[in-house]
Design a protein around this ligand. Structure first.
Ligand code: LLP
Length: 419
């Protein structure tokens, strides 16, 4: 459920007609709905109603816009961060330091120190040397770092290979078989408070089975660690719940996910931590674009829009499907390939797709673009960095400016020794 709906034949974001944003801000532009964001944040929390002790940390990698983060901070969400930059964003958006979890497979020593200085709530340790380094840095600061060990449960998440993280040959966490010995060594270090386990097996999961398999293994590990005398108070179950990109996609709902979690973890007696990203933000945003040209193609016409792979990379990177919908649909359809202006064949959003009929100058949106959209944008082809707008009822604000090639060029220089 989202707040991008048609009124009088025109798609609106809440009470704002999208043509108004196109006219006032220009295209391409990301448009987010605050009401949708809040609704999803609440739905995820509601889904976990049978989990007594929980902590919700929005995976800000999927949408780190400060306006978006402020909305979620107001919903009581903390942040899952993977870099020093994300850490500063979470704080700038008003998230409490103790509600911040630092994940990330390659944290630098400087980032570990930054996390300690900022007083964050938890470090998710990816491997033993990182834990040893964190202990040393914390000790030097006369601090104790709250930490959990990320394990790799060797489960196939059944999602795209590039966003799977829980198979033994993925780079994430330590093998669950060696976790007890590593945990034992780290727990003995002064400077660390090893308080639990973390797991995250991948993103855009459309079945609960791999999650349940992973969580079950983590449950066995928790029992084993306790039997060895360790105090386990926190388990971080990561994120990964999928969202519908197509009308007939039917991923598990937050309520179904929550029921499974409550069942599997009922005897754990820990604070459960969650790192949802896409399920909160995915359907809260669209990428609004204008059709530049329609040109004949060998199999079907090319609809050339002013958004490109630099603005929404997911189709080019993961063959991802994003619904393409006219802002003022006529009811007619066409079969077309939807492409951007970038000079690569990879800059293709859809091939030979049956879609709303559009022509030159028409507006359209790519749906479900609120997660892993703007944040993965680049300025390739010296295109502008795409702006972002947050709508709240009948008002909206540009929450990220369009950064032009001129601004980027101003940060470059030509060496004076080239004549
Ligand atoms: N926690 C950890 C440790 C993660 O690595 C991720 C995502 C999340 C939580 C949030 O997962 P979510 O709930 O959003 O599925 N760029 C890709 C997705 C990459 C996901 C990376 N990790 C895409 O556009 O599909």
């Amino acid at each position: 459920m989202n707040h991008f709906e048609f009124r009088d034949g025109v798609m609106h974001a809440e009470d704002i007609p999208l043509p108004r944003i196109a006219e006032e801000i220009g295209t391409p532009v990301y448009v987010y709905s605050r009401a949708t964001l809040e609704r999803h944040a609440q739905a995820f929390r509601d889904g976990l109603k049978d989990v007594p002790k929980k902590h919700l940390a929005f995976a800000i990698k999927c949408n780190p816009n400060l306006g978006v983060l402020r909305v979620l901070a107001r919903q009581g969400y903390g942040a899952d961060v993977v870099s020093g930059g994300e850490l500063e964003r979470a704080l700038a958006a008003g998230m409490a330091p103790e509600d911040i979890v630092f994940s990330g497979v390659g944290k630098t020593r400087a980032e570990l120190a930054q996390g300690l200085d900022r007083g964050i709530g938890q470090f998710n340790i990816e491997h033993e040397p990182e834990g040893v380094a964190l202990a040393k840095i914390a000790l030097a600061k006369e601090m104790t770092a709250p930490a959990v060990l990320r394990v790799n449960p060797d489960v196939d998440a059944g999602t795209h290979a590039k966003i799977s993280t829980g198979k033994a040959d993925n780079k994430f966490g330590v093998g669950i078989d060696v976790a007890p010995e590593i945990f034992g060594r780290l727990a003995a270090l002064p400077g660390l408070n090893m308080r639990g386990i973390a797991v995250h097996i991948g993103s855009q999961l459309t079945s609960l089975a791999p999650l349940e398999a992973a969580f079950t293994r983590v449950g066995q590990l928790v029992a084993e660690l306790r039997a060895a005398g360790h105090s386990i108070t926190h388990v971080d179950l990561g994120g990964g719940l999928g969202v519908p990109y197509k009308a007939d996609d039917n991923p598990p709902s937050p309520a179904e996910y929550g029921a499974m979690v409550a069942r599997v973890t009922k005897d754990w007696d820990v604070t459960l931590m969650f790192e949802p990203g896409r399920v909160i933000a995915g359907n809260t945003g669209v990428l609004l674009t204008e059709v530049l040209w329609v040109k004949p193609g060998a199999t079907s016409p090319f609809v050339i829009v002013d958004a490109a792979m630099n603005d929404l990379a997911r189709p080019a990177l993961y063959d991802a499907y994003h619904d393409f919908v006219a802002v003022k649909p006529t009811g007619e359809t066409m079969t077309a390939s939807i492409v951007g202006p970038v000079c690569e064949t990879g800059d293709t959003f859809a091939r030979d797709r049956v879609t709303d009929k559009v022509g030159e100058g028409d507006l359209a949106v790519f749906r479900t673009a609120g997660a892993y959209g703007a944040t993965m944008a680049s300025t390739y082809n010296s295109r502008s960095l795409v702006p972002e707008v947050l709508v709240d009822g009948d008002r909206y604000v540009v929450v990220a400016d369009r950064i032009t090639a001129g601004t980027i060029m101003a940060a470059e220089r030509v060496p004076d020794w080239i004549d």
